[in-house]
Design a protein around this ligand. Structure first.
Ligand code: G3H
Ligand code: 13P
Ligand code: ZN
Length: 312
């Protein structure tokens, strides 16, 4: 199957009460780990590329890696998505350069400026057969170089969503209900809790419309412990409880973004490898177990959290 847009995927996910995993890709091993798990579990998948990923690996390399995965996994639908598009030009470059989906992140702008920018991207994207994700509400954490403090973050205001969607024409909407980017999402000792009341009110106002959750890594404690036991220092790293993501997936959330968990699996595995094998220096030897652990982590998400295994 060639690259597809997320339209059909989201429709089925909404009706089926599950979500599609949107995993960030930055290099070959990450693309392979994710797509091998999706192929084996027969799961549709969104591979997403941030501005930082394009700066690191180069647009063409990333597109070609994803195209290679599509050839290797012909039985599953794959979306190539721009994560957190910062401006019209970046979105246009991805639309012109083979992406099937883009996010325009105008969440830090005023409501009117967010609408104007999102509408401009939607018009160009739709004219080229590409779908668009917009965002209302601000998540805490770090995206590319931008750090948003917990005080400056804000939940999505449900009373704004209908106007935003109808005036922009976006195909999906990312909302802020208490998730945040990175590995430190909740203060140690506090109870992590997403605002399902906001999600439910948004869904009531936008029936049948696909909702997106960013900042949805669960920060697996086995990898945090592996990192800390092998020279790392990540005290108090806490993520979103997986039961809450499962519940969101059963409601109107059709896309769940996961990046930090992949980073933790890769970093923990490599740290442990070097600690156990200080004499080794062949990158293939430490990237191979890192890729294998990414694959098992993604398999777990598909089967136990997102509910999209077997839905390809
Ligand atoms: O939301 C941000 C994603 O985790 C991508 O992170 O900007 O460091 O590539 P990045
Ligand atoms: P995490 O940092 O929770 O993995 O979030 C990733 C994300 O939202 C990418 O857009
Ligand atoms: Zn994000």
């Amino acid at each position: 199957m060639a690259l597809v847009t997320s339209t059909e995927m989201f429709k089925k996910a909404y009706e089926g009460g599950y979500a599609i995993g949107a995993f960030n890709v930055n290099n070959m091993e990450i693309v392979q780990g994710i797509t091998e798990a999706c192929k084996e579990e027969k799961a549709p998948v969104i591979l997403q590329v941030s501005k930082g990923a394009r700066a690191y690996a180069n647009h063409t390399y990333l597109v070609k890696l994803v195209e290679a995965a599509v050839i290797e996994c012909p039985e599953i639908p794959v979306v190539l998505h721009l994560d957190h598009g910062p401006d019209f030009e970046t979105c246009k470059s991805c639309i012109d350069g083979g992406f099937t989906s883009v996010m325009i992140d105008g969440s830090s702008k005023s409501f009117e400026d967010n609408i104007a920018l999102t509408k401009q991207v939607v018009e160009y994207a739709h004219a080229h057969g590409v779908v668009v994700e917009g965002e209302l509400g601000t998540l805490a954490g770090i995206e590319d170089e931008v750090k948003v403090s917990a005080e400056d973050s804000s939940y999505t205001r449900p009373e704004e969503v209908e106007e935003f969607v109808s005036r922009t024409g976006v195909d999906s909407l990312a909302i802020a209900i208490g998730t945040s980017h990175g590995a430190y999402k909740f203060k140690p000792g506090t109870k992590p809790q997403l605002r399902f009341d906001i999600l439910e009110e948004v869904s009531r106002r936008l029936p049948g419309f696909p909702i997106v959750l960013h900042g949805s890594s669960s920060v697996p404690q086995n990898y945090v412990e592996m990192i800390n036991a092998n020279g790392g220092k990540m005290p108090g790293a806490i993520g979103v409880p997986e039961e809450q993501l499962r519940k969101a997936a059963s409601l109107s959330v059709c896309k769940i973004n996961i990046d930090s968990d992949l980073r933790l699996a890769m970093t923990g595995t490599i740290r442990q490898f070097f600690n156990e094998h200080p004499d080794k220096f062949d990158p293939r030897e430490y990237l191979k177990p890192a890729r294998a652990n990414i694959k098992e982590l993604v398999r777990h998400k598909l089967v136990d959290v997102l509910g999209c295994a077997g839905k390809a």
